[in-house]
Each structure stands twice: as C-alpha cells, then as structure tokens.
Write a protein that binds this ligand. Structure first.
Ligand SMILES: *[C@@H]1O[C@H](CO)[C@@H](O)[C@H](O)[C@H]1NC(C)=O
Ligand SMILES: *[C@@H]1O[C@H](CO)[C@@H](O)[C@H](O)[C@H]1NC(C)=O
Ligand SMILES: *[C@@H]1O[C@H](CO)[C@@H](O)[C@H](O)[C@H]1NC(C)=O
Length: 376
C-alpha cells in the first residue's frame, strides 16, 4: 500500500463514466415525463414529420431542349406576302434553357454604308453647316457627322452623317403585332432530370407516351397535364397576360418545371408540374424602356457588288425554362443504428434506486459497479 506509483498507476489505468441514478419519486418523475413529452413532440412533430427529418433528400441536375413549331403569313405593307417559319422567328435557333420567339419587328431594307441626313430631333436639327461638327458622334448617334447641314424633307434640315443608310425609324411600333399569329405556335420542351445521390433519372416525356400521342397532344392543365407540347398563347394566358398585347413590345416569360419526388413511393408518381409566369415587370411604366427588343441584320452583296444589309429591330417573347427538383427517400439505417446502441448502453449504464433506499447506499452497490466495470 506504499509508494506513489500505486496512486499514479491507479489514476492512469482508471476509466470513469458518469453514473445515472433512477429516482422512483412521483413528483420528480411527473416533471421529467412532461419535459420529455415536450422534447418528443418537438422531435417527432416538427423535425421528423414537418421537416421530413427521417428522409434523405437530393436536388436535381437537369437538361432542357426546346423546339418551336408553327407558321405565320404576313401581307401588311411594307412587306409583300411572306411566310414565316421557325427558322425565321426563333432567334437564335439554339439557346441554353430558353428560346426567343419574334412577335413584332421594324424592318429597314437595303441599308448600305453612305451619307444621309439624321432623323430630325432637337439634337440633330440644324440651320447651317456651322451647327454640325465634322467627326462628332456619341453613343446615341446613328453615325458620324460629316459637317454638312442637309435637307431631311421640305420643312426640316438635319446634320448629315456617315452611317448605314437609309436610317431606321423606330418611332412607331406596329400594332397589332406583325407576327401575332405566334399565339398559336407550339413548343416541345424536353427535360431530363437526375438525382445523382439516388441514381434516379427520368424525363418529362413519360413512359406511357407513344409517338402518335406526342404528335397530337397539347398541354392542358385539366385534360392533359403531362403533354410536353405547349401552345404559346396558353402559357401567356395562364400567367394572366394578354398575348396580343405582350406581342407588340415583347417580354420575358418563365416556364417553371417542378419535380418533387418521394422515391419511397412508386416512381410513376414522380412527375413534373408546370407553371407559367411573366418574369419582366410590366408595371414599370409603359414609357420607360418597356418590353424586350434587340437588333440583328442579314447581310448580302447587292447587284452593284456593295455590301448591303436588312436591319431588324425585333420585339418578342423570351421563354426561360427553369427546372427545380427535390427527391426524398426514407433513411431508416440511422434510426435502427441508434436504437440498437441505445438499448445496449441502457442495460449497462442504469442503476435502480428505490425512494426508500435513499441514505442507505451500501457497499454492495459500489461493488456492483466495479464488477460490471471489470466484465467490460
Ligand atoms: C389561332 O388558331 C385559331 C384556330 O385555328 C384561329 O381561329 C385563330 O385566329 C388563330 N389565332 C391567331 C392569332 O392567328
Ligand atoms: C444506376 O442504375 C442503373 C440502372 O438503373 C444501373 O445499371 C447502375 O449500375 C446504377 N449505378 C449505380 C452507381 O448504382
Ligand atoms: C398510343 O397511346 C394511346 C393512349 O395514350 C393509345 O390509344 C394508342 O393506341 C397508342 N398507339 C400505339 C401505336 O401504340
């Protein structure tokens, strides 16, 4: 029993674990149960059921391709009768997760580089050559000033510029929209999704669809909610907008595809849900840069061998396809694992103490703990 080694060695070779005492007292027990009940209600009610804490989830990766179909015939001046198909009005022909359909435009034909008078406005009107500084231009100019003041029409003189002539005059936007027939065009949206964690893939052309069905079907929320072919007019209408009004100055529409899949259930119940909404804000005032437009040109060499272009100011609707996905699966492994462990520890760790025993803790109980320590 001598020497410090015994003390130090005992200390080093010791293992201690907190001891839990089970108190058989009605008051303490009742309070304990109430607290446990509150915690249990929180865990089961909120974490497990509401937040689906018992499930594992994964987000989707997805791909989208689109194909627009439909034709339109225009015969209004200044155009002669002309037929428009997808190659003419879908610009550009390929885009990532979106497509643009031209619904209206201002056409300026046969532009060549040369000299012509500016369109008349406060900035460009002039009385003599002194009002026009040669070489001057800014970002709002259509071209570079030549330094001459020339006649625009019988009444007005404007500064002459070097530019693509004749100049585009976009003061008046055609109304109704020239390609308003786009309301009847359709688009096929192909969407494939994958939940990588669960090795699960699916596409929005469901397995029960055959090719004859795909040729004739059209999305209809009530009668055919899984047909991947959408009429442009229907999508705009579901978003609460008027297609012909939107077509005049253009806008941006969102096609939302939502996949919320519980993979514990049949995978045939994992289906897309489509919703449509207008993304650009139409309420920013009709006069301040409304709608959506851009310019593009088609170039060719004219009979005189001079480079010539046809300029389009295109108004239209850009449709953006956005895919959201969320899959869940039951994750019972963790629950079982913890249940097994907790039973094992419970057996080893708890010791029963009766109310009547208080104050007479015996040598025996101490021995029991030591013994169970040794058997481990
Ligand atoms: C769309 O098609 C329907 C029926 O084919 C036709 O009555 C309607 O005028 C068309 N709409 C436009 C804007 O061309
Ligand atoms: C994923 O599933 C396919 C069949 O659905 C199977 O061939 C492939 O081996 C699976 N991959 C993994 C990593 O489990
Ligand atoms: C295609 O599916 C439709 C029902 O969705 C069915 O009526 C039709 O017979 C099928 N056609 C072929 C060729 O399988």
């Amino acid at each position: 029993m001598t020497g410090c080694c015994t003390v130090v060695c005992d200390f080093l070779l010791e293992y201690d674990t907190p001891r839990i005492v089970l108190i058989r007292n009605k008051k303490v027990g009742a309070i304990n149960r109430v607290v446990q009940l509150v915690i249990l209600a929180y865990v089961i009610g909120w974490v497990l059921v509401w937040e689906k804490g018992y499930q594992e989830f994964d987000s989707t990766i997805s791909s989208v391709t689109t194909k627009v179909k439909g034709i339109a015939i225009t015969n209004s001046t200044p155009l002669e009768e002309q037929l428009w198909d997808a190659a003419d009005y879908v610009i550009p022909s390929q885009q990532e997760n979106s497509f643009f359909v031209m619904t209206n435009f201002i056409l300026t034909k046969n532009q060549v580089q040369g000299r012509c008078p500016e369109l008349p406005n406060k900035r460009t009107r002039c009385k003599s050559d002194n009002d026009c500084t040669a070489g001057y231009y800014n970002r709002r100019s259509s071209g570079v000033l030549t330094g001459k003041c020339v006649r625009y029409d019988e009444k007005v003189k404007t500064c002459e510029i070097f530019a693509w002539c004749p100049l585009e005059n976009d003061a008046v936007i055609p109304k109704p929209a020239i390609l308003g027939a786009a309301e009847n065009f359709t688009v096929l949206i192909k969407n494939s999704i994958t939940f990588p964690k669960f090795n699960f893939s699916k596409r929005n052309i469901l397995t029960n669809a055959n090719s004859s069905y795909l040729k004739s079907c059209q999305f209809n929320r009530k009668n055919d909610p899984f047909c991947p072919i959408f009429r442009l007019g229907d999508m705009v209408q579901e978003a609460g907008e008027d297609f012909q009004r939107l077509a005049v100055q253009g806008g941006v529409m969102g096609i939302l595809v939502v996949w919320n899949c519980n993979l514990d259930r049949s995978t045939s119940k994992c289906v897309p849900k489509y919703t449509f909404r207008r993304l650009d804000n139409k309420n920013f005032g009709e006069t301040v840069s409304p709608g959506y437009n851009f310019r593009f040109a088609k170039y060719f060499i004219n009979k005189g061998g001079i480079e010539t272009r046809t300029l389009f100011k295109a108004y239209g609707i850009r449709f953006e396809v956005e895919v959201f996905g969320h899959a869940t699966i039951l994750c019972d492994i963790i629950v079982l694992y913890f249940l097994k462990k907790s039973n094992y520890y419970k057996e080893k760790k708890y010791k029963c103490v009766e109310d009547s025993e208080l104050g007479i803790e015996s040598e025996d109980s101490y021995g029991t703990i030591q013994n169970s320590g040794k058997t481990n």
